[in-house]
Design a protein around this ligand. Structure first.
Ligand code: SF4
Ligand code: SF4
Length: 438
């Protein structure tokens, strides 16, 4: 380790422990070999790179925790990650900020003893902390130190939205990344994404050598953020698509009775989590599905699901069941917001669809405490400098500018105080919210 955080740069030639995206599989990596057959998970094309990625990737953002104050339960987390790799998982994802910065250090330790050679490693630059162009090198080198690697296979710009992309691009991130690829510190540049589809398309089109994109996608998010349109657009350009939040932060794992009834009527027996995962793997545009696993049982369940995965494996009847489940969930939302965004921007900085979405999710998924936590996160993101404004409903000034633009005629001015009262002040969800404008 270089105590100064600036190690000598590995020039041009990939080392034994670092291969480039798109190059043929390395020794020890599965690629349609006898080795692959012994493993549980299936492998899928990583875009047009020529490399095959395991259907399941290991996300290191929700590792098991223990103790007081809570820290990563390292013995258990080590067993989980190494077991997944032993079963063929070859994609490991972390980020600068996961577990308060400790996830990368953990991954650096767990990938010793030969495990580094068996996987491709992805981590993410904290784009919200980038103030000038020297920050690119500063964060990358700090992250290589924490991960104990000379080279990071996939380096992602974390959580890009319109503003962060404009900032990074304006500071020359693409030219910087070209240099970092040439000097061997990264294998390729990618990005993870949280904004609306037009921004996604703009980012995809801005650079021909993206190594991958990472999107939030699951059967409830078909028209949210990048959505199905974004998935298909990126894949049509040969871009590998990495899926995050396949279970919507766990909300799809334990369905309410109305949804459970749909699953029970399905021709095949699957757990709700397995339905959600198979729906993703059914689509050829999906390269790898990341799951943030917190217990060994989740690792085993996900490995079994990945082993049963196949493009086009769901029948028309099964896909219709997933559509029906989506409609049951949507039908139970107290607010008919489609997240079209026509009401935005709000002059007071309120994220109107975001607030309505969090409130509605608390009802749809029967998870009011998760909704309250997600609402509080809107403030914490602002506090941490990750977003430029506090976008919570509490800042609604009742101007009414949004309501005339809403095609669903949602009485937004009435909803905003309710949203804050329930999510920000802990009031119970009311039996009936404000009714539609007529
Ligand atoms: S009514 Fe409230 S939410 Fe709507 S635009 Fe005005 S301040 Fe924003
Ligand atoms: S315009 Fe209406 S439906 Fe569209 S995002 Fe805003 S509140 Fe939701």
């Amino acid at each position: 380790m270089d105590p100064g955080g600036l190690r000598a740069v590995t020039p041009q030639v990939p080392s034994a422990r670092n291969g480039f995206p798109g190059e043929p599989a390395r020794r020890g990596e599965a690629r349609g070999t006898a080795l692959e057959k012994e493993r549980i998970v299936k492998y899928r094309p990583f875009g047009r790179s020529g490399w095959k990625v395991s259907a399941l990737g290991f996300g290191c953002m929700r590792l098991p925790i223990a103790g007081q104050p809570p820290v990563i339960d390292e013995p258990l987390a080590t067993r989980m990650l190494r077991h997944a790799i032993d079963q063929g998982v070859n994609y490991v994802d972390t980020a600068y900020g996961y577990h308060g910065g400790e996830s990368e250090r953990f991954v650096g330790r767990v990938l010793r003893d030969g495990y580094r050679q068996k996987v491709r490693l992805a981590t993410k630059m904290p784009t919200w902390l980038i103030k000038d162009s020297t920050d690119f090198d500063r964060y990358l080198d700090e992250q290589r130190d924490k991960l104990q690697v000379d080279r990071i296979d996939f380096y992602l710009l974390h959580a890009l939205n319109r503003d962060r992309w404009a900032n990074a691009q304006g500071l020359g991130v693409l030219d910087w990344a070209e240099r970092a690829v040439r000097d061997g510190r990264i294998g390729g540049l990618g990005f993870s994404f949280h904004d609306a589809y037009p921004v996604f398309q703009e980012i995809v089109d801005a650079y021909e050598r993206w190594a991958l994109c990472q999107i939030q996608y699951n059967y409830m998010d078909v028209a949210n953020q990048a959505g199905t349109r974004g998935l298909q657009y990126a894949a049509s350009k040969g871009l590998p698509v990495v899926i995050m939040e396949p279970l919507l932060g766990g909300k799809l794992v334990t369905p309410p009775p109305s949804v459970a009834k749909c699953w029970d009527a399905a021709p095949a027996r699957r757990s709700p989590a397995d339905w959600a995962l198979q729906w993703l793997w059914n689509q050829p545009e999906v390269s790898v599905v990341l799951s943030g696993m917190s217990a060994m049982e989740q690792v085993e369940e996900n490995l079994a699901s990945a082993g049963a995965s196949e493009v086009g494996s769901l029948t028309a009847a099964e896909l219709a069941i997933v559509d029906a489940v989506r409609e049951v969930y949507r039908g139970s939302s107290p607010i008919p917001c489609t997240r079209c965004g026509y009401c935005m921007p709000c002059p007071s900085g309120v994220d109107i669809p975001g607030n309505l979405g969090i409130y509605g999710a608390g009802v749809m998924f029967g998870t009011p405490e998760t909704a309250r936590r997600d609402y509080a996160i809107l403030f914490r993101l602002y506090e941490a400098g990750m977003v430029p404004a506090d976008t919570r409903a509490v800042h609604c000034a009742q101007c009414g500018a949004c309501e005339e633009k809403c095609p669903q005629r949602i009485p937004i001015r009435q909803w905003m105080p309710v949203v804050h009262s329930v999510l920000g002040e802990g009031s119970p969800y009311p039996e009936r919210g404000p009714s539609h404008a007529c």
